[in-house]
Every structure is written in C-alpha cells, then in structure tokens.
Design a protein around this ligand. Sequence first.
Ligand code: IPE
Ligand code: IPE
Ligand code: MG
Length: 255
Amino acid sequence: MTARPAPSEQPRPEADGGRGVPAHVGIIMDGNGRWASRHGLPRAIGHERGVEALRRTVKAAPKLGLQYLTVYSFSTENWRRPVAEVSALFALLKTFINRDLDQLIKEGVKVSVFGTRKGLPEEINTLLERAERETRHNTAFNLGIAFNYGGREEITRATRAIAQDVKAGRLDPENIDEAAIAARLDTAAFPDPDLIIRTGEESRLSNFLIWQSAYAELVFMDVLWPEFGEAGLEQALSVFASRERRFGGLKSGAG
Ligand code: IPE
Ligand code: IPE
Ligand code: MG
C-alpha cells in the first residue's frame, strides 16, 4: 500500500519449490465478463460468481500445501472500464471482506494488500486497512490481495522510495541492489511467486507481479474464472510439478 515504513532489508522468505509444490501462487482471475455473456447474464453476475470462485480457491490453497496466494482483483488499468463496472468491482471487494473476514481470521489467514490506495474511495481503503489490521497476527496462511495494483506503478513507487532514501542520506547509491528494490515493493514479506496461473483464455501478465515473476512458471488455463476452484488449482499444480525449473543454470544431473 502507499504509506510504507522504511523497509528493513531482512532476508525475504524463500520459496520451497524443491517439494514440487509452489510456496507462493499468484492468480490472474480473468474471464468473469465472458462467463456472464456466455450464460446470457450481465457482467456484474460474472463478477459475483468470481467471488465464489475466489472463496473456493482460498479454502483449497492451504489444503493443497500452498503457503502464500496472491490474487489480482483490480488493476491500475481497470480504471479504463465504465464507471458502473468499476463500481461493481468495488462492491464485490466490499462483499468479500465484509462476509469473509471473520472466517479468514478463524482460519488463521493473514491478509496483505498490494497496490496503491491513491484514487480509491475512502470506504474501500478503510476496509482494506481493516482486513490487514485484524489479520496481522495470523500465521497459518498468507493471502495477498492485489487491488488497484499494477507492477509498473509498484516499481515506480519503490524507485521513488529509494530516491528519497538516497536524498536523505540513508542509502548509498552503491548499495542499490536487487534486494534493496525487492524490499521496497509491496510484496516484500512474500517470497517470489513460484507459479502464476491465469484463467480466461488469455496468455499475458497484464502488469501483474512483473518484477517478482522473473522465474515463475506460467500456467494459462482456458477455464473462465467463475468456473475455477479446487480442481482447477490441483490441475495447475500438477502442471507445475511436471515443469523443470533451472533459474538460468543447467538441468540437474547434467554435465
Ligand atoms: C476479471 O474478469 C475481473 C477483473 C478484471 C477485475 P473480467 O472482467 O476481465 O472478464 P472478461 O475478461 O471481460 O471476461
Ligand atoms: C487482468 O485482467 C486484471 C485482473 C484480473 C484484475 P484484465 O481483464 O484487466 O486484463 P486484460 O485487459 O485482458 O489484459
Ligand atoms: Mg478480462
């Protein structure tokens, strides 16, 4: 979120991809509108069904061994949509937090919000802050909500924070390294995503976690987001398990 304390450059959590199960999964929840039109329904209904899919997925994620899940709910580019659509998306976030926060607290889910608060209605910001505050001591599972989030906007803010630290004499430009940048991103407390899933028949990142996904496995699924749930997540995880990650090195056992 916008106002962040000066980041401590402590080591960030490591993903344990070695188990064959991703520690952190990012999901681009796409296809609500198309799901609705294919069923002859207004787009808003597609978004409503999308919240149900989100609920199913958040429930399934810890069961399937994930520790972190980040969902893309509203992008900095989604402001290009008609006002009624933007309002419908905001209303859904309200429904999700109002209805599900107690359950998330009960299940030990810690909510973190990624993105900028600038331009969002006060009511939404208050709700997002509440979700973070009331879950901050939870440790069973981590849910990142990317809301009014854009990877370029996030990197721009991190760059500004670095410039301010340099200007104030807190940071030597010689010490600007990848860790210094990662520590100033909204996702600083999360490991990089091991797997990014996108539903909705499109194969692009649309500005989601563009720094963090440098070595993520990408799985694009034809299913539309309202149809997603435990089975879809399992399917993506089995694709992930079949991938060989090399991080620029050589196939294990080669040479
Ligand atoms: C995803 O569904 C929800 C958000 C982008 C917030 P869309 O609304 O993009 O649905 P399609 O892509 O038009 O089908
Ligand atoms: C990506 O979906 C954003 C979210 C899921 C929040 P979009 O529907 O906005 O992406 P594009 O416009 O097809 O790239
Ligand atoms: Mg879309």
